[in-house]
Design a protein around this ligand. Structure first.
Ligand SMILES: [Fe+2]
Length: 297
């Protein structure tokens, strides 16, 4: 994603810049490591315990490492199910958040309304783990995930989700030739409200709503697993879109009449530059650490 790439490039910069500013707009619950230090459990015993009780985040990370094979690949259904299952049972605390505690400061505490922020827990060539934070009314505009499989888990809050896939087959061939060249027909896949706690969702390179938009109704935290991550150099840059109702172009009435309810299933997408107010700031990840040492079997 253009957003992702920018985030990674400037991650450390942002950490420094926002150490007493933007970063403070997301409040994590106390670091677990700090609590552990105070206990009398020896280091060795702690390691044993850690091995025995792998955290949900560690389980997710280990599964991702096995499942994502890199650019040009899509995990098989069994693996998708496995990952979905892990994500389904994850709770905010698994990434150092709490649904009980407000993680955006109120408007009185900060001078400007907080924008959308993102923290990268981990990123490699095959996959990345990120959390997006949306304040109420915050929007991640319509964007695509070229060649990617993406798992999303709404951990906190509620949001409206709208998603599309590019229309294929009969729909595209029957589209009127007078269609403006910069518009492309897309199939509406979702247009609904999601509220935590809820199951995770998954999108694929060409199905499952690869192009989507999130609008927060309440403060939201969304855990995203991207495989592979955005990479401009590798031809997986993020594009942004504006959508128009199918009926926005009167020339298409004829087709609409032909197929009942067509206007509800389709929309026209126009590629646009990243909207001005849609910049996503990167913030430091302060949740539980993951062990990135290779697992031996
Ligand atoms: Fe996305």
């Amino acid at each position: 994603m253009r957003i992702g790439a920018r985030l990674v490039d400037h991650h450390h910069h942002h950490q420094a810049r926002t150490s007493n500013g933007g970063m403070g707009s997301v409040a994590y619950i106390g670091k677990r490591t700090a609590t552990r230090k105070r206990s009398c459990v020896s280091r060795t015993r702690m390691r044993v315990m850690a091995r025995q009780r792998r955290t949900a985040l560690q389980e997710l990370f280990d599964a991702c490492r096995k499942i994502f094979k890199g650019p040009g690949t899509v995990p098989p259904p069994d693996d998708v199910q496995r990952l979905s299952h892990i994500l389904d049972s994850m709770i905010p605390e698994d990434v150092g958040l709490s649904a009980e505690r407000q993680f955006f400061k109120t408007k009185n505490e900060i001078k400007e309304i907080p924008g959308v922020t993102c923290t990268t827990i981990y990123k490699c060539d095959n996959f990345s783990l990120c959390i997006f934070f949306l304040p109420p009314g915050g929007v991640i505009p319509l964007h695509n995930h070229p060649g990617m499989t993406v798992f999303s888990k709404l951990l906190i809050g509620s949001m409206h989700i709208k998603s599309y896939d590019w229309a294929t087959g009969r729909a595209t061939s029957s589209a009127p030739s007078s269609a403006p060249p910069h518009l492309r027909l897309a199939t509406l896949k979702a247009d609904r409200v999601l509220a935590a706690p809820c199951d995770s969702s998954v999108l694929y390179p060409t199905t499952g709503g690869n192009i989507h938009e999130f609008t927060a109704l309440k403060p939201c935290a969304i855990l995203d697993v991207l495989g592979p991550p955005y990479s401009k150099d590798d031809g997986r840059d993020c594009s942004f879109y504006r959508d128009y109702p199918y009926t926005a172009f009167p020339a298409y009435d004829e087709v609409a009449q032909e197929k009942e309810g067509l206007e509800e299933c389709y929309g026209w997408l126009e590629e646009i530059d990243l909207p001005e107010n849609s910049h996503i700031d990167g913030i430091e990840y302060l949740g539980p650490p993951i062990n990135i040492e290779p697992v031996c079997h």
